[in-house]
Design a protein around this ligand. Structure first.
Ligand code: ZN
Ligand code: ZN
Length: 167
């Protein structure tokens, strides 16, 4: 994971941060350019990314940020999908009827976004191609009695098969 710096004040900021602790600017992660950006309000719930890598693009927060505060990734303003590129990979999310699960889900999503960052950074294909027997990347986040876990999906088994030399 590379280091990120606030686009406004230059302070070191971290992958999970939603605000710069030094200058208080809102922060959000831009999956298309794999960059954490300082943000300026742009009206109607939209945000203008200040990172040079965003080239002035406008974004919305992920629906899982607005509704559950478990995500800091952004969605391009023109994208009709309410969830960010990471959250839209979720097949299963924890049961939100249990209040204790929100905190667990928050930690689970943090770990998952690091995994998805790595997949994007390596440029691995995430869309399924049935003709080639390639499943799409999907994530199942489950909360056990003690901890959350991300279960091994068919995509991960497919991806690891050549490495492990099995099947
Ligand atoms: Zn700052
Ligand atoms: Zn999200």
């Amino acid at each position: 994971m590379k280091k990120f710096y606030c686009d406004t004040c230059g302070a070191l900021v971290f992958f999970e941060n939603v605000q710069c602790l030094k200058c208080q600017h809102a922060l959000g992660f831009l999956p298309e350019v794999l960059d954490l950006s300082a943000l300026e309000p742009d009206g109607e719930g939209r945000w203008r990314a200040l990172s040079p890598s965003a080239q002035g693009s406008v974004y919305r927060t992920c629906a899982n940020s607005r509704e559950h505060q478990v995500c800091n990734w952004l969605v391009p303003a023109q994208d009709s999908e309410p969830l960010c590129a990471s959250c839209r990979l979720n097949d299963v999310i924890p049961n939100m009827n249990d209040d204790r699960n929100r905190e667990r889900w928050f930690k689970l999503e943090q770990a998952k976004r690091r995994l998805v960052y790595t997949v994007f950074h390596l440029g691995l294909p995430i869309d399924g191609v049935p003709a080639e027997g390639r499943p799409a990347l999907r994530i199942r986040g489950k909360i056990g009695p003690r901890r959350g876990r991300i279960t091994c999906t068919s995509w991960m088994r497919w991806k690891l098969r050549p490495v492990l030399g099995c099947g």
